[in-house]
Design a protein around this ligand. Sequence first.
Ligand SMILES: NC(=O)c1ccc[n+]([C@@H]2O[C@H](COP(=O)([O-])OP(=O)(O)OC[C@H]3O[C@@H](n4cnc5c(N)ncnc54)[C@H](O)[C@@H]3O)[C@@H](O)[C@H]2O)c1
Ligand SMILES: O=C(O)CC[C@@H](O)C(=O)O
Length: 541
Amino acid sequence: MYKVLVSDPISDTGIQALTDHPDFLVEKQTNLTPDQLKSIIGEYDALIVRSQTTVTAEIIQAADRLKVIARAGVGVDNIDIQAATRKGVIVVNAPNGNTIAATEHTLAMMLSLARQIPHAYISMTEGKWDRKTFKGVELFEKTLGVIGTGRIGTEVAKRAKSFEMNILAYDPYLTEEKAQKLGFTKASLDEIAEQADFITVHTPLTKETKGLIDANYLSKTKPGVRIVNCARGGIIDEAALAEAVKSGHVAGAALDVFEHEPLDNETFRHHPNIIVTPHLGASTAEAQEKVAQSVSEEIIDIFTSQNIQHAINVPRMSAEVQQKMKPYLELGDQIAQLVIQLFKKAPDKITVDYYGDLIEEDTGLLTRTLIKGILSYHLSDSVNIINVLQLLKEQGLTYTVQKNASRHGFANYMSLTLHHGSETATIGATVLNGFGGRIVNINDYRIDLIPERYMLSIRHFDVPGMIGRVGSILGENGVNIGNMQVGRKAVGGEAIMMLTVDKPVDNQVIDKLLTLPDLEHVQLVEIKDDETSNHTEEAVH
Ligand SMILES: NC(=O)c1ccc[n+]([C@@H]2O[C@H](COP(=O)([O-])OP(=O)(O)OC[C@H]3O[C@@H](n4cnc5c(N)ncnc54)[C@H](O)[C@@H]3O)[C@@H](O)[C@H]2O)c1
Ligand SMILES: O=C(O)CC[C@@H](O)C(=O)O
């Protein structure tokens, strides 16, 4: 039974799939203090939050069972992602569920700002009939600067076009083609400052976007500009904005999000040209149901089928691509375990090469799987696909990935090389359509081996009778050989023999093999699945 803690208010209907699931026990405990959360988090396998709960490194450190932190919404700035990654905890969000809610809230804020609806309403509640104070402006034919054209920014701009606004859009990932297709003009931040009558921000809060609109930027904006922030507090410098509104340079601001929530800025609460809402962008019945449903389904998938859709700290892969990549992931794990055991040294560098069809695929998860197979040999269970790159860095290892246009003789081919100074070990492998994974190259010896749990790696000279003699010793000692492959570079020269065997081979049997003339080295290799750790026994002549 997996225990799930919900620490912020969330839609009951949305999480029904999780509450009804026999493998999950869902407990709701909202308004916990950080200390209270820290003291109970160790009991849970998953945590669901919205934006109120701050998931600090300290809380994550205490979360010994935790596998998933799920954010029922988009922004994950209330979660210490680095700490989660280090601890091997997957962070997922629900990126699509509240796009429309936040989009419509942004437009509502923009229209409210243009026509001063909140202030007009307040004056009516005070018994007034004031038709002079609240003369507004139109959106028609005005220029809207959209900073950040992801999901919400794009939807806002599309709707603003129906008001016949001109759209200037800035986003580092906005292409000319997308801008043209949507009828936006791609612009720089400075062009937006110079030309926009309204500016709306839709970026995440990151090191780059913190203070993106500061005193300097505001000084470049068009006098009378109106500014909307329904993304994240901190993207606009609040003190600079308050000054610019007070001076009249900025005609008005509409804010749903703040540097400190709940809002503690009195200027914003009471200024006649500023309207504020208490982080309501995602607060529609529909959005709350959708985000809760999305994280519930994601948690069920992660625990029951290892299928991850919206992870922040794991490479994203659709279910379809995951299915396609499954044989490569399995083979990748096997060759990584094999190469680290054959290499016997701690590598200082890892090289991964992909060839043929694999260069078209998203290989992020495959690369992590390969590196995980290598690191887990020394670091065991603490390594997983989430923290593997972080641990690699902490170990001082580097890795390079190359995608090569050639096919290397196969429809697809991956090669994994470990380096220690000038010494290397390389395994090459391919997935044969309909026949599964094959190891086809070990240190430039060509072979054709289906990896199995127990394998004997033998180095010998290419002399007549070697295969028979090895087979006899193993047979006499009750070791059944599944497959035997010999690889040589030149007749009579050094050769390798790879055998799959049905059970571990005793040291006495290995010693007997080592008595054979022209046989240099024997090593038992064990390829384990994820639940078990690695182990090797070897003997050298
Ligand atoms: N008010 C609310 O309740 C509410 C609801 C939902 C989302 N949000 C917030 O809205 C924001 C946008 O959400 P989304 O779903 O559209 O996210 P998204 O990831 O789809 O889009 C964000 C966009 O910002 C762009 N970006 C990143 N850095 C940038 C920079 N320096 N300059 C310009 N653009 C940059 C990215 O390229 C991306 O296209 C997020 O901060 C999210 O947390 C708020
Ligand atoms: O949970 C909420 O209500 C806010 C969500 C919103 O800020 C988000 O980033 O998705």
